[in-house]
Design a protein. Structure first.
Length: 114
């Protein structure tokens, strides 16, 4: 899968050498921040595209689905971190970064007409 590689490449150089749990968690937080920023950059364009092509009803449906997706992502990633001990935060942030990148690709497809 290409997404983990993209996340790794988006991380600062010092993340390549992270060895402590604190360092790895910080790197996961940075990867999620990059993914979240990209999602937030694409979201208004996707929403505007749906509104212009489909009207207010479809735009509202996209907004509702986006809110539901955020709740799903957060719950799924909390669940995925269960049992990870001191690595729970890192696992949760990594999960959120991966799912956020996937959602960004979906929204980018709307913008690009895919």
């Amino acid at each position: 899968m290409i997404l983990p590689l993209l996340l790794f490449l988006a991380a600062p150089d010092d993340c390549e050498n992270a060895v402590t749990q604190i360092e790895m968690t910080e790197c996961a937080a940075q990867m999620f921040a990059v993914a979240d920023a990209e999602l937030n950059a694409v979201w208004p364009r996707a929403y505007a595209e749906v509104k212009s092509r489909g009207g207010a009803d479809y735009a509202q449906a996209l907004l509702t689905s986006q809110r539901a997706w955020i709740a799903y992502r957060d719950s799924q990633c909390l669940f995925a971190s269960h049992g990870a001990g001191s690595g729970a935060s890192m696992r949760q942030l990594t999960c959120k970064a991966l799912l956020t990148n996937e959602r960004t690709m979906v929204l980018r497809g709307i913008v690009e007409g895919d």
